[in-house]
Design a protein around this ligand. Structure first.
Ligand code: NAD
Length: 454
């Protein structure tokens, strides 16, 4: 079987230790960067064909982030992979203690379609920086970008180092039957569950980057205009098909009307339209149908237009909805923003906590107390105070979920750590050999042991 050969060749190559050399890792990353840069035009064309994503957004949210990831890895890889000395505890003296980061081996990266380059290649940057080999399986839903990545990567990288396998459920299921040393998955919660169970059969460590309903809290003391601008941008970027998009807004009732007006005005100012490059398409017919079914005409505050032919859904705001509304049952993952008013913070916090832990959470307030209250009370993957989305762009902040929104994290050094095992070593000299721990055990030895170990 094709996969079996590639995986076993990758394992043989990994066992030769060649991928662990720093010079080798650097060469792979430089090759990857050159490949992306010299094919930018084709990368833009493919993503435009998949869901009409324009050059600006593709650079800002995909290629630009990959270039900075690669540059950071090239700069810091030596430091990240250094053996780290730690202090030795008293009973072990004299000795040295140290931790050696080592690559896991053969990795499998399964990507999602919504940021097809970024979500597929950013984990691979970390895989290669840490000295592993990798099979990448991009999403079949973004078929053009998947085919282009396969073509470029498979004709430029040795298959025993980095290889792309295209396909959907059948191909991924077949891959998951093989033994990997690390699996990194980005996608939905139900498929995350399948991946986790398949990995468990081989006790393979996994990182799961999943989704969920990420709330944005808006308090009366916020700066209304800036808040509306940052929420509208975060929500309608990629037409809401963003894992960390604010899924819904919880706004204090006393400013609800003003907030809704500010949101509407901001949507107008951003000039989202099917005819320009400010807005993208819904990825496929199935998602288009799923999303339009959530547009409850009676609750539409603005937007609500859709066109099946072009899979266009206008930025839509739903008001006067509550936690029982259809739009509040599952992750929306599209350009529909339910806005729920509240008077009592404790009640809405309890509602949020009754649901699965979100991937992101946003809080807009000038009050330190309120901000701390939300950050303290709610468990979530990561987020921002007075902004949306942007925490993902700081590579010093590990990116990942918690509970149903995922397990593990990546970006920057966190990515390197995700694809490394930290091997602990105690190194003793032959001189000095107290008999304390050796039989025959005596009362005197016991007394000493009790002094050391307490
Ligand atoms: P998905 O789970 O349908 O697909 C993800 C990957 O899994 C694809 O490569 C697909 O081919 C594969 N797959 C699908 N069904 C499978 C099956 N039965 N067995 C094995 N493999 C299977 O997700 P999607 O539609 O591509 O992405 C949307 C979801 O991903 C949303 O929930 C979103 O929040 C989440 N997401 C999370 C992040 C993150 O970083 N945490 C980023 C983007 C998207």
């Amino acid at each position: 079987m094709e996969y079996f050969n590639i995986i076993s060749n990758q394992r043989n190559f990994f066992n030769s230790n060649a991928s662990k050399e720093l010079s080798f890792r650097k060469a792979q990353l430089i090759k990857l960067r050159t490949l992306l840069k010299s094919n930018e035009k084709r990368l833009y064309e493919a993503i435009d064909a998949d869901f009409k994503k324009g050059e600006f957004e593709t650079y800002a949210t995909e290629l630009g982030l990959l270039y900075t990831d690669i540059a950071e890895a090239l700069k810091k890889m030596r430091h990240w992979s250094r053996t780290k000395r730690v202090r030795t505890n008293l009973p072990n003296l004299p000795a040295r203690s140290y931790i050696i980061p080592e690559p896991y081996g053969v990795c499998l990266v399964i990507g999602a379609w919504n940021y097809p380059y970024q979500l597929s290649i950013a984990p691979v940057v970390a895989v290669l920086a840490a000295g592993n080999t990798v099979i990448l399986k991009p999403s079949e839903l973004s078929a053009n970008t998947s085919a282009l990545m396969a073509e470029l990567i498979n004709s430029n990288f040795a298959p025993e180092v980095f290889h792309v396998v295209e396909g959907g459920v059948t191909e991924t299921t077949a891959l998951l039957e093989q033994k990997f040393d690390k699996i990194f998955f980005t996608g939905s919660v139900p498929v995350g569950n399948i991946v986790y169970q398949a990995a468990a059969k081989n006790l393979t460590p996994v990182t799961l980057e999943l989704g969920g309903k990420s709330p944005a809290f808006v308090f009366a003391d916020t700066h209304l205009k800036v808040t509306a601008k940052r929420i509208v941008w975060g929500k309608f970027l990629n037409a809401g098909q963003t894992c960390i998009a604010p899924d819904y807004v919880l706004v204090e009732n006393k400013i609800k009307d003003g907030f809704l007006k500010a949101v509407k005005s901001q949507i107008e100012q951003f000039r989202y339209s099917f005819d320009n490059k400010n807005y993208v398409q819904i990825i496929n017919e199935r998602n288009f149908q799923r999303l339009t079914a959530l547009i409850d005409k009676e609750k539409v505050f603005c937007g609500g237009e859709s066109d099946e032919q072009t899979r266009f859904i206008s930025p839509t705001v739903l008001s006067n909805v509550d936690f029982n509304h259809l739009s509040m049952q599952d992750e929306i993952f599209g350009p529909i923003l339910p806005v729920i008013g509240f008077d009592n913070l404790e009640t809405v916090v309890a509602e949020v906590k009754n649901r699965s832990k979100p991937l992101a959470c946003y809080v807009f307030t000038r009050s330190k107390l309120v901000r701390r209250k939300i950050l303290h009370a709610i468990s979530f993957g990561g987020g921002a105070a007075n902004d949306t989305i942007m925490h993902i762009s700081n590579s010093r902040l590990p990116f990942g979920g918690v509970g149903h929104s995922g397990t593990g994290s990546y970006h920057g050094e966190a990515g390197f750590r995700t694809f490394s095992h930290y091997k602990s070593v105690l190194q003793k000299p032959f001189r000095f050999e107290p008999n304390l721990k050796y039989p025959p055990y005596t009362e005197g030895k016991k007394k000493w042991i009790k002094r050391f170990l307490k």
